[in-house]
Design a protein around this ligand. Structure first.
Ligand SMILES: NC(=O)c1ccc[n+]([C@@H]2O[C@H](COP(=O)([O-])OP(=O)(O)OC[C@H]3O[C@@H](n4cnc5c(N)ncnc54)[C@H](O)[C@@H]3O)[C@@H](O)[C@H]2O)c1
Length: 276
């Protein structure tokens, strides 16, 4: 149900590939809440994905950009302000990619060029974006920047590989830049640490089906869906959360506070009994 929480707010949304993408769901909700925004993605993802349908649905212009390229980011920010008619109120960084995961390189045998790409795409791009935005003074006071993270930044999860290091850096950039941008321009920066979801990127995580089942059994409220993530993200873009900054906020049905649940224990015991 729309609450007009983003009425006439302007923004940029990174990372919508197809209708499974978390960014896609957030774009649809932001549109429902009255926001106007541009959409962006890599040229190759635009060719192979469905983002043009989302542009139609949200009446949004598409500006191709590689988030690791500072010139692309500058063009994206300038063009977005031209198209939307002023400075921005929100930006969503909802991108990530690990060539090591894609090429099945295990964490103790990663390729370091791939590793650098992982970190550049999934974390340093956030710094590049914030640095450009601040230099261009592209974000209004009390504007909100949100990136998507995962609990592998704090806890070791089998198979998450070098994306864990990228997420740890992403959350650190959120705090370090959040301090400076908050002090000087009253811009807030946060990450949402989201439950696993079977998106295109999520499907790359080793054993995603088992992980989804485990986190569902472990979380008192169950896994948070992409639609629920969109609802939460809208509140972070809205004026209702103006004093939240430099935070990594778990949106995971309670998973991050659990050690063991009855549902998970029951399943585990069943497997042990089957082995006997
Ligand atoms: N799916 C999950 O289980 C899950 C859980 C927690 C956090 N996240 C995070 O959510 C974010 C969105 O992922 P998703 O699950 O919606 O998957 P997705 O595959 O739909 O989205 C990933 C996006 O990153 C974009 N991208 C990759 N390299 C880029 C670059 N150089 N420049 C610009 N864009 C680039 C892709 O084109 C794609 O649109 C990621 O940061 C991911 O790590 C996902």
């Amino acid at each position: 149900m729309p609450y007009n929480l983003l009425q006439s707010k302007k923004g940029i949304i990174f990372g919508a590939l197809n209708d499974k993408s978390i960014a896609w769901k957030i774009a649809v909700r932001a549109h429902e809440e009255g926001a106007i925004f541009t959409l962006t993605n890599l040229p190759v993802s635009i060719r192979f994905g469905d983002i043009k349908n989302l542009c139609k649905e949200c009446n949004a212009e598409l500006i191709p950009a590689d988030a690791t390229n500072p010139d692309d980011l500058e063009n994206l920010l300038k063009r977005s302000m031209e198209i939307l008619g002023g400075k921005l109120d929100f930006i969503l960084h909802c991108i990530g990619m690990s060539p090591n995961v894609r090429k099945n390189r295990e964490y103790d045998d990663i390729d370091y060029n791939y590793f650098f790409n992982t970190i550049d795409i999934s974390a340093i791009s956030f710094h590049k974006l914030l640095q450009k935005a601040k230099k261009l003074d592209a974000i209004n006071e009390w504007g909100s920047v949100v990136a998507l993270s995962y609990i592998a930044a704090q806890r070791t999860l089998h198979g998450y590989n070098d994306m864990a290091d990228a997420k740890a850096l992403l959350e650190s950039i959120t705090r370090s830049f959040g301090y400076i941008y908050g002090t000087e321009k009253k811009v807030r920066i946060n990450t949402i640490s989201q439950s696993p979801i079977k998106t295109t990127a999520g499907s790359g995580v080793k054993g995603i089906q088992g992980l989804l089942d485990f986190t569902e059994r472990m979380s008192p409220l169950g896994n948070a869906t992409a639609d629920e993530c969109a609802d939460f993200c809208i509140t972070l873009f809205s004026d209702l959360t103006r004093k939240i900054t430099m935070q990594n906020i778990y949106h995971d049905g309670g998973f991050s506070s659990m050690g063991m649940s009855l549902k998970a224990m029951t399943q585990y015991t069943k497997c042990l009994e089957e082995e006997e």
